[in-house]
Design a protein around this ligand. Structure first.
Ligand SMILES: Nc1ncnc2c1ncn2[C@@H]1O[C@H](COP(=O)(O)OP(=O)(O)OP(=O)(O)O)[C@@H](O)[C@H]1O
Length: 697
C-alpha cells in the first residue's frame, strides 16, 4: 500500500491528444453531475408538492424522514463529487471560509450573573444617624430592644459606646444566628455581604460568632478571621476582643507585627505532653496564617466553625499567596474533611456527612467582586448575597450626563458592589501637573482642614509629596507625615497613633492603607492622583464619612484626567460632584517657598541616587571577593589575587595559605628522620620570608 504519493508536474510529457481527451472527459463528468443535481432538485420539489397536497399532516413527517434518510448517502456522494469537480471552491455557495468576516456568524454574548448574584437580599432601612439623635427607648434598632442580642453582648456594646445597631448589622446578625440554629443535617448557606465603607461590617460578623461560640466547653480554634493587611487585622482583633470582654472566649492576633515564637506561645500550650489550643477566635493575615500552618505544632483547625474573609475581594485578588490552598490542605490532613462546599444538589447522605464539619464562610467587603470565577475559588456553599443597593441610577450616555444630572434607573441588575456612604460629599479641583503640590497646600490652607488623608498611587510619590508638603507647612502649625507600605509596620503603627491622637494633622498615604483603616473624624480624603480603579476610589473615600458622620472627598484633576475620571464614576452610576478651586494667585504667593521645596527635593533625590549607586557597587565587590575567597579555600594551589593577598596579610584568611605549608612541614621531618639527618632550626625571620614567598607565588 502506498503511504505517500509524490505529485509531479507531468504536463510536458502528455500529448495534445491526451489533454483534449481529458478536457472532454471532465466536461462530460460535469455535465452529468449538473444533470443529476437538476434531477434531484426536481424530485425534491415534486415531493414537497405531494406532501402539501396529499398526505395527512400526522403521517407526512415519517415518510419524508425515510426519504431523506434514503437519499442522504447518495446526496452526500454527489456533493463530494461536485466538490472534486469544481476547481475553485470559493465559487460554491455552500462553502464557508473560516475567518472570513462576511461569512462568520457574530453572536452577541450577554453577560448573565448567577441567580444568587443577580437577585440578592437587600439591606434596608434606617440611616447611620449618630446615637444622640435618637431616644434609645423608642428606637427599634436600640440594642435594648433587639431580642437576639445576649446580655454579655449588650454589656460589651455599651462599653464600646454603641447604643443601636446599623442596618447591615440588623440584617446579617439575626440571619446568621437563625441559620446556625437549624437542626442537622441542614447546613447554613455561605454568605457574601456588600455594604458601604464605615457601615459597621465588623460587628455584623463579630457579634453572631461571639454569641454562638460562647457556650463552648473546651477551647479550640473555632473561628478564623482573615484580613489583607496587619493594620486591619489589629483593628478587627481589638473589636472582637472588646466584644469578648464579658465572655470566656480567647482571641488571638497573628500578623507580621510580632515574632512568630511569641504568637506560637499565645496560640498553643503543651501540658503533660498534650497540646492544647489557647485561642477560640484567631484573627490573621493570609501570609501569617500560612506561616503558622507550617511552623506551629499543634495549631489545629479541625474544629473550625466559621471562616470570615473581610475585604474579600482584595484577598481574592491576591491569590498568589495561595493561602486557601494551604488552609484547605491543613484541614484535610487534620480531620480528613473538605473545606470545599459541595455543589448543589446535595443528597441527604452528603449533607449528614458534611454537617458540622465544614466551616460556615462569611465574606465581607464594600466592593464585593461580581466575578463568579473569582468567587468560585472560595467554593461557597449555596451562597447568598446581602447588599445595600439593588440598582444604581446610571446616566444614559455621556452627552446626556453633560446636559443634566438626571439619571435613569437601571433596574434588574445587581449594582450594589460599589456604594459610598450617604453622608459623603464628593468634590473635585482642577489644577496643573506643574503646581499640584501647591494646589494641595492651598486647599488645606483655604478650607482649614485639621485632619486629612491624602492618597497617591505609589509609595514613591507618597514619599516625595510628604517631603514637599513638610517643607510647605514648615512655617505653620499643620503637621504632615508619610504613611506608606514602604515604611516598617512599627513606624506605620506609630504614625497612625500620632494621627489618631491629633499630633499629626495630615497623612500622605499610598493605597496600601486605603482599605478598612478606621480612624475617627477624618474631615477630608484627598486623592492627589486619580485612582486607577473605581474600587480604589471607593475605599479611599471610605476613610471619611464613617458610622453616620459627615465627610468630604476631593480629587485633584488635571484637564486631561477630568474626562477619564468622570467616565470611571459614570460607569458605576456616580457623578463627578461639585467643583472647588483655590485662588488664582496661589502660585505667586507661595512661589518662593515652593521653589525652595522643589529644589530641596531634587537635591535629596540626587543624594539618594548616589548612595544607591555606591551601595550597589559595594555589594557587587563584596560578592566577587567572597566568591574568590571560597575558590581559594577549595583550591589552595591556585594563585591568589592582590586583594586576597592583602586580606591574607591582614590575617583574615591566613590559614588558607598556611595549610599546604604546614602539611609540607609536617611531612618533612619523617622523611628526614629516615635519612638520619637533622635540619638546622628555622629562625622566625626565615619562616616569615618563606610565608611571604608562598603568598607571592
Ligand atoms: N452600631 C454602631 N453604632 C455606632 N458606631 C458603630 C456601630 N457599628 C460600628 N460602628 C463604628 O463604625 C465604624 C466603622 O465600622 P467598621 O470598621 O466595622 O466599618 P466597615 O463597614 O467594616 O468599613 P470598611 O468597609 O471601611 O472596612 C467604627 O468606628 C465602628 O466603631
Amino acid at each position: 500500500m502506498e503511504l505517500f504519493t509524490v505529485n509531479r508536474y507531468t504536463e510536458d510529457l502528455r500529448t495534445r491528444k491526451d489533454k483534449e481527451q481529458k478536457t472532454s472527459n471532465e466536461d462530460e463528468i460535469l455535465q452529468k453531475l449538473l444533470q443529476k443535481a437538476a434531477k434531484r432538485k426536481r424530485k425534491h420539489e415534486k415531493a414537497e408538492t405531494r406532501k402539501q397536497e396529499e398526505a395527512p399532516p400526522e403521517e407526512k413527517p415519517q415518510v419524508e424522514d425515510t426519504k431523506v434518510d434514503e437519499e442522504e448517502p447518495a446526496a452526500k456522494e454527489t456533493r463530494k463529487e461536485e466538490a472534486t469537480a469544481v476547481e475553485d471552491p470559493t465559487n460554491s455557495q455552500d462553502f464557508k471560509i473560516l475567518g472570513d468576516n462576511d461569512s462568520a456568524m457574530r453572536k452577541k454574548v450577554t453577560e448573565v450573573l448567577p441567580p444568587w448574584l443577580a437577585y440578592p437580599t437587600i439591606i434596608e432601612g434606617g440611616s447611620l444617624l449618630p446615637d444622640d439623635d435618637l431616644e434609645a427607648g423608642k428606637d427599634e434598632a436600640s440594642i435594648e430592644n433587639l431580642s437576639y442580642l445576649k446580655d454579655h453582648t449588650r454589656q460589651a456594646l455599651k462599653q464600646m459606646k454603641i447604643k443601636r445597631l446599623f442596618p447591615v448589622q440588623r440584617t446579617v446578625i439575626p440571619w446568621i444566628l437563625e441559620a446556625q440554629g437549624q437542626p442537622a443535617p441542614l447546613r447554613p448557606r455561605d454568605i457574601c455581604v456588600s455594604a458601604p465603607t464605615g457601615s459597621g461590617k465588623t460587628l455584623a460578623f463579630a457579634i453572631p460568632i461571639v454569641q454562638l461560640l460562647n457556650n463552648r466547653v473546651r477551647c479550640k480554634v473555632r473561628a478564623l478571621v482573615v484580613l489583607p493587611v496587619a493594620e486591619l487585622a489589629l483593628q478587627v482583633f481589638k473589636v472582637i476582643r472588646a466584644l469578648c470582654s464579658k465572655t470566656e472566649l480567647e482571641v488571638c492576633l497573628l500578623s507580621k507585627q510580632h515574632r512568630l515564637e511569641d504568637e506560637q506561645e499565645k496560640l498553643v500550650e503543651v501540658y503533660k505532653g498534650q497540646i492544647y489550643s489557647k485561642a477560640d477566635i484567631v484573627v490573621t493575615t493570609p501570609g501569617r496564617l500560612v506561616d503558622h500552618l507550617h511552623a506551629t505544632k499543634g495549631f489545629c483547625l479541625k474544629s473550625l466553625k466559621f471562616l470570615v474573609i473581610d475585604e474579600a475581594d482584595r484577598i481574592m485578588d491576591a491569590f498568589f499567596q495561595n493561602w486557601l490552598y494551604h488552609l484547605d490542605n491543613h484541614v484535610r490532613e487534620t480531620a480528613n474533611q473538605l473545606l470545599a462546599g459541595t455543589q448543589p444538589p446535595l443528597c441527604l447522605k452528603e449533607l449528614y456527612a458534611t454537617y458540622g464539619k465544614v466551616p460556615h464562610k462569611l465574606l465581607f467587603s464594600a466592593t464585593m467582586s461580581q466575578d463568579p470565577e473569582k468567587l468560585q475559588n472560595l467554593r461557597l456553599f449555596q451562597p447568598k448575597l446581602f447588599t445595600t443597593v439593588f440598582a444604581l441610577p446610571v446616566p444614559k450616555s455621556d452627552e446626556q450626563a453633560d446636559g443634566d444630572e438626571e439619571t435613569t434607573p437601571n433596574t434588574g441588575h445587581f449594582a450594589g458592589k460599589y456604594t459610598t456612604p450617604a453622608e459623603l460629599t464628593e468634590q473635585f479641583c482642577v489644577t496643573e501637573l506643574r503646581i499640584k503640590p501647591l494646589t494641595l497646600f492651598a486647599l488645606v490652607e483655604k478650607y482649614q482642614w485639621k485632619r486629612f488623608l491624602c492618597f497617591t498611587n505609589s509609595t514613591e510619590t507618597a514619599n516625595r509629596l510628604a517631603f514637599v508638603m513638610g517643607k510647605l507647612f514648615s512655617t505653620g502649625p499643620t503637621k504632615v507625615a508619610e504613611l506608606s507600605g514602604k515604611l516598617s509596620a512599627l513606624v506605620r503603627a506609630k504614625t497612625l497613633t500620632d494621627f489618631a491622637r491629633g499630633r499629626i494633622n495630615g497623612l500622605i498615604c499610598s493605597d496600601a492603607l486605603a482599605r478598612g483603616i478606621d480612624v475617627a473624624d477624618v474631615d477630608v480624603v484627598l486623592s492627589y492622583e486619580t485612582p486607577r480603579h473605581i474600587k480604589t476610589y471607593i475605599h479611599r473615600v471610605g476613610r471619611t464619612a464613617r458610622a453616620g458622620r459627615k465627610g468630604t472627598a476631593v480629587t485633584l484633576l488635571t484637564e486631561q484626567e477630568q474626562a477619564q475620571f468622570k467616565k470611571m464614576l459614570n460607569e458605576v452610576g456616580k457623578a463627578l460632584g461639585e467643583e472647588i478651586s483655590v485662588s488664582a494667585d496661589t502660585e505667586v504667593r507661595h512661589a518662593d517657598i515652593y521653589k525652595q521645596a522643589m529644589e530641596d527635593l531634587r537635591k535629596r533625590q540626587e543624594k539618594e541616587k548616589t548612595i544607591k549607586i555606591v551601595q550597589k557597587r559595594r555589594v557587587a565587590q563584596q560578592t566577587v571577593l567572597h566568591k574568590k575567597q571560597e575558590e581559594a579555600a577549595v583550591n589552595p594551589s591556585r594563585p591568589l589575587t592582590l586583594m586576597q593577598k592583602l586580606q591574607l596579610k591582614a590575617g583574615g584568611a591566613r590559614h588558607v595559605a598556611d595549610e599546604p605549608h604546614q602539611k609540607e612541614n609536617k611531612s618533612k621531618p619523617t622523611a628526614k628522620k629516615g635519612k638520619g639527618k637533622s635540619k638546622p632550626k628555622e629562625t622566625k625571620k626565615q619562616r616569615l620570608a618563606k610565608q611571604r614567598k608562598a603568598i607571592e607565588e
